[in-house]
Write a protein that binds this ligand. Structure first.
Ligand code: IPE
Ligand code: IPE
Ligand code: MG
Length: 233
């Protein structure tokens, strides 16, 4: 039913800054990690809805280089949930032709979690219904720095915009067309700052754990009304 309302003009690449998990839990008198659990379910719903609507590429900000400032309990809770999620959902991702990439400094992740992340990438690498980039221990500034360091290691003395693009975690992928940040906060918080140079920004009030097919549909309608100029007219 919702599908009928999906506009013809869709973004090629959507970025999602999922925000509001903690507030969602606190409002119900629950510990913050309950919000993260519902947040993971919202990621599953959103990927499924995006695939159904014909979106080809999503980048999801799940854990930032700044999120280590949170309590050990919260951080461990988030990574336990991610472990559980990738083990539980792998078969479905394979069946639904979802290709998963991870953007960020993964060297921080060791042992079982790292094995699960690597296994997910390998098991989904040939899928092509939708590409989902999950940003983990990701920072937009760190992304640019690691790209420039690779170029320095290659011996480059002068670089172009393409050189940077080709060495970001998102190498080979188009820039973001549309960025959705839930919970009403109107900031970028170090998400893919190079790749969103010309993205349309959208800040719905909905908290991430409540995000669903209907909310994605509303976002796509909003995007279809935007006039992109890229410096022209
Ligand atoms: C987003 O929700 C999830 C992460 C940043 C890991 P928050 O945990 O930031 O939720 P609020 O902003 O405290 O409500
Ligand atoms: C941004 O959310 C990071 C992620 C969504 C992973 P935060 O909740 O960490 O951002 P700030 O601190 O409110 O800017
Ligand atoms: Mg937040």
């Amino acid at each position: 039913m919702i599908k009928k309302k999906i506009p013809a003009k869709l973004p090629n690449h959507i970025g999602i800054i999922l925000d509001g998990n903690g507030r969602w839990a606190t409002r119900q008198g629950l510990p913050r990690n309950f919000g993260h659990r519902e947040g993971v379910n919202a990621i599953v719903r959103t990927v499924e809805a995006a695939r159904k609507f014909g979106i080809k590429r999503l980048s999801v900000f799940a854990f930032s280089t700044e999120n280590w400032k949170r309590s050990d309990e919260e951080v461990e809770g988030i990574f336990d949930l991610l472990k559980e999620f990738f083990v539980k959902e792998l078969d479905r991702m394979v069946k639904n032709e979802v290709k998963i990439n991870f953007f960020g400094d993964l060297s921080r992740f060791k042992g079982e979690l790292r094995e699960i992340l690597d296994k997910t990438v390998r098991a989904t690498e040939n899928n092509d219904a939708i590409v989902v980039n999950i940003c983990l221990n990701y920072g937009g500034k760190q992304d640019i720095v690691q790209a420039v360091n690779k170029l320095i290691a290659e011996g480059k003395k002068e670089i172009t915009e393409e050189d940077i693009s080709n060495n970001l975690y998102s190498k080979g992928q188009p820039d973001l067309d549309f960025v959705i940040r839930t919970s009403g906060e109107q900031r970028i918080s170090n998400f893919m700052i190079y790749q969103l140079a010309y993205a349309e920004l959208y800040f719905p009030k909905i908290l991430w754990p409540d995000f669903d097919e209907k909310a994605l549909c509303e976002a796509l309608i909003e995007y279809s009304k935007r006039k992109r100029r890229f410096g022209g007219y």
